[in-house]
Design a protein around this ligand. Structure first.
Ligand code: NAD
Length: 287
């Protein structure tokens, strides 16, 4: 008889829509199998209309936990018992942990980004960073970076539907951390150049650089960069965005979004199992 799944196997879910394209099930199941942990991870098509029932089901079936992705990240908090400080500040949850019926919401995207910096020997703590973006990825990074001790942060975004969220993020960072934070219009390229000039790190966290904006960059040319600037992009498809290509040509140390993806998964994996993913093995299979 096949023994991979038995009566003891614990289930972890992923609730999102659309979700069939996600690499998370393969990533987590590979890590469970490699470590010999008796868990299974499955994706469930859940949208805002079915989310409350899905969370009730998670409780009733005693799932160990779940990941949550779009469109549920900013909605699921109301159905949970507790939120981590970062999830509370970000107003978003990507990981649910079920501890004896008490459901806690966490956001591990920002933790994943900060851990991927560490993994690349990049230490932004106590320093200044400039970051573009005000969506889910950017907000999680901005909040975690401020909580972790980044000294100063200049945030840029276009004045679209995400602008109001950027203003809220700035307010929350000011109220809850010592980070000096300012928000600017991404259309103001002179200001962007000025802020990058005295930053240790420039983080790109908008959708610019991936489809349908592939080939585009938030900075117009290489004069915004210098060889000792670190440049990161949350985009991982393509592995090298137009921004990262430009930065490499200038001689900057660069990092794409793959590490953030891996380490946000690892942080969730740790919350559920108390163990870290086999990181080197995961890097090999993800690349
Ligand atoms: P989102 O939809 O929540 O936010 C989109 C962001 O892009 C906003 O800041 C918006 O203002 C900006 N934007 C959109 N069109 C723009 C344009 N034409 N010019 C300038 N800015 C524009 O998306 P998200 O979930 O925050 O994702 C942002 C990027 O991060 C995506 O490329 C996504 O693939 C990537 N991401 C990576 C990870 C990871 O683990 N590496 C996790 C989440 C998201």
């Amino acid at each position: 008889m096949a023994e991979r799944i038995t009566g003891h196997t614990e289930l972890i879910g992923l609730m999102a829509y659309p979700i069939r394209h996600s690499s998370s099930p393969a990533m987590h199941n590979e890590a469970f199998a490699t470590l010999g942990l008796d868990y299974a991870y499955l994706a469930f098509e859940v949208d805002n209309d079915t989310l409350e029932d899905a969370v009730k089901g998670l409780r009733a079936l005693k799932l160990k936990g779940s990941n949550v992705s779009m469109p549920n990240k900013t909605v699921v908090g109301q159905y949970l018992d507790k939120l981590s400080p970062a999830a509370e500040m970000a107003g978003a949850v990507n990981t649910i942990v079920n501890e004896d019926g008490v459901l806690t919401g966490h956001i591990t995207d920002g933790i994943g980004y900060m851990q991927s910096l560490k993994d690349n020997d990049i230490d932004v703590i106590g320093k200044k960073m400039t970051i573009t973006g005000a969506g889910g990825a950017a907000t999680a990074i901005e909040i975690q970076a401020a909580l972790d001790g980044v000294k100063e942060m200049s945030i840029f975004n276009v004045k679209d539907k995400f602008w109001e969220n950027a203003e809220k993020t700035v307010e929350k960072i000011r109220a809850n951390t010592d980070c000096i934070v300012n928000l600017y219009d991404l259309e103001d390229k002179d200001k962007l150049k000025e802020e990058i000039a005295d930053s240790y790190l420039f983080a790109q966290a908008t959708g610019v650089g991936m489809k349908p904006l592939e080939g585009q960059s938030v900075i117009p040319d290489a004069s915004f960069l210098r060889p000792d600037l670190i440049v990161t992009d949350t985009v991982y498809a393509p592995r090298e965005t137009a921004l990262l290509k430009m930065a490499k040509e200038v001689g900057c140390k660069t990092m794409n979004g793959l590490g953030m993806m891996l380490f946000q998964g690892d942080a969730a994996f740790y919350l559920w199992t108390g163990k870290h993913m086999p990181i080197d093995h995961m890097k090999e299979v993800l690349d």
